[in-house]
Design a protein around this ligand. Structure first.
Ligand code: SAH
Ligand code: SF4
Ligand code: F3S
Length: 445
């Protein structure tokens, strides 16, 4: 980094997260770390330090950070200290301050427990780049959780060994690592003590979590979920994101008999063509994916199935794409994410033959999103007239209105109630993105 001038240590900070739920979790923990150092949270317009917590998954996400840096460098109230964290930081490291000289500090997703030292280095005009990957020491070195929101994220697993040919995650997040049982249980207790009623267990492949319980018995994610189910005060458990190959029998069974495990499964298949799945190195086929969905539905018929789809992977023909449309019809999603394939430098797919033209990708994505949108609306409408619990998470736009989540992760608007309440609601109207509920007379337990 070119700058050698010392400057006062920052007293306030702002964190902007661009990525997945794990990136949001990391952002919250970095904020807690800076608070523990005595810094206070402030807006992006005034904070002494702005931390851009980046995502590298698709080119658009990765490029966004550079326009933000440009804007911050010319900020009306003066240029803040600019820190780049997250997966772009891991992927591009010391190249970032070379390309964008306004950047003062770069920290990867496995090294952010060292932020205080890096901030001091940057303030003293010393180079501050850290992209080491000492996964577990990060969690050990972070301050304890204080919680605060009714629904909290808890990272239990990091990294990925799957090496899908299009994906940067194994490079930006490193190898699969599970956090130890006791560390997860301690963090869960702290979050519940701080007011969380719902926990979402996070991991790039969360269902690959393995560990040993207090008695030293080997456990999978289902064991962890069953232990959390017994935690007093915790009403709801979710987990995200899962890989079809790690969908163990015990986890499927848990969906049938663990009451606090919510009926929602995010299980990406990516494509409905076996040929493309092979080229993606997914190691599952469409039929095995559909069988998994059937098995989960057999134990939990109302489960909301979510997923991820990529259109325009190299070599994807019209017939391959029709296979994806057929797979979506066969699954019947409550919601799902869909993306245009984005070539990422260093991944095998980026140099494959038959890259698909942007217009073809656009047209496929539009058709897929129209189908997924129709499925989402149908799923939401099917809940009209049903009574369900809603966990109130925040205030709605209108006075007195509150916004919460149904068991199936739908956003539900209701009148009245307090943030953190779990209330019984009758769904009275449903749109594509949200639903309206009326509170039943009796509050849910
Ligand atoms: N571990 C998860 C997903 C992590 S990334 C899983 O395997 O299911 C989230 C989603 O981004 C992926 O599921 C995939 O659909 C999408 N994605 C990843 N790399 C991509 C790329 N190069 N172009 C477009 N979409 C991509
Ligand atoms: Fe990426 Fe595949 Fe790993 Fe998911 S399983 S994070 S898509 S490499
Ligand atoms: Fe993005 Fe990194 Fe998450 S690349 S999707 S922030 S793991």
């Amino acid at each position: 980094m070119a700058r050698a001038m010392a400057r006062p240590a920052p007293k306030s900070f702002h964190v902007k997260s661009f990525g997945c739920q794990m990136n949001v979790y990391d952002g919250a923990r970095m904020a807690e770390l800076m608070q523990a150092q005595g810094m206070v949270e402030a807006g992006a317009d005034t904070a002494d330090l702005v931390l851009l917590n980046t995502c590298h998954i698709r080119e658009k996400a990765a490029e966004k950070v550079y326009s933000d840096i440009g804007r911050l460098a010319k900020r009306a109230s003066g240029k803040p200290m600019i820190a780049v964290a997250g997966c772009v930081a891991q992927a591009e490291g010391a190249e970032i301050p070379k390309r964008a000289r306004a950047v003062d500090l770069v920290v990867g997703p496995q090294a952010y427990h060292r932020l205080p030292g890096l901030i001091a280095d940057a303030a003293a005009g010393r180079p501050a780049v850290d992209t080491d990957m000492p996964v577990l020491s990060k969690f050990d070195a972070l301050p304890g959780r204080s919680g605060g929101s009714p629904s909290a994220f808890l990272t239990v697993q990091e990294g990925c060994d799957k090496f899908c040919t299009y994906c940067v995650v194994p490079y930006t997040r490193g190898a699969e690592v599970s956090r130890p049982w006791a560390a997860v249980m301690d963090e869960a207790r702290a979050l519940v003590d701080g007011g969380a009623r719902e926990l979402t267990l996070l991991g790039q492949n969360v269902n690959a979590w393995t560990g040993e319980d207090e008695a030293g018995r080997p456990q999978g994610l289902d064991g962890l979920i069953r232990a959390l189910d017994r935690l007093p005060g915790l009403a709801r458990i979710r987990y995200m994101t899962s890989h079809p190959n790690d969908m163990a029998d015990g986890l499927i069974a848990a969906h049938g008999d663990v009451e606090s495990l919510m009926p929602f499964l995010h299980l990406p298949v990516q494509s409905g063509s076996d040929r493309i799945l092979r080229a993606m190195n997914r190691a599952h086929d469409v039929a095995s994916y559909l069988r998994l969905i059937d098995r989960v539905r057999a134990v939990r018929p109302d489960i909301a199935v979510s997923g991820d789809y990529i259109v325009g992977f190299p070599g994807e023909t019209d017939a391959d794409f029709e296979g994806t449309m057929d797979a979506v019809r066969a699954v019947g999603h409550a919601m799902a994410y869909s993306f245009k394939y984005s070539p990422r430098t260093g991944t095998p797919a980026a140099t494959m033959a038959d890259q698909i033209a942007p217009e073809v990708m656009d047209e496929r994505l539009q058709r897929l999103q129209a189908l997924l949108g129709a499925q989402q609306l149908a799923f939401n409408r099917a809940t009209i007239g049903r009574t369900c619990d809603v966990l109130i998470e925040r205030a709605g736009k209108l006075p007195g209105q509150k916004l919460g989540k149904s068991p199936w992760l739908q956003s539900v608007l209701i009148d009245g109630g307090e943030i953190g309440d779990l209330v019984e609601v009758e769904v009275v109207a449903a749109g594509p993105q949200s639903m309206h509920g009326q509170r039943a007379q009796r509050a849910a337990a």
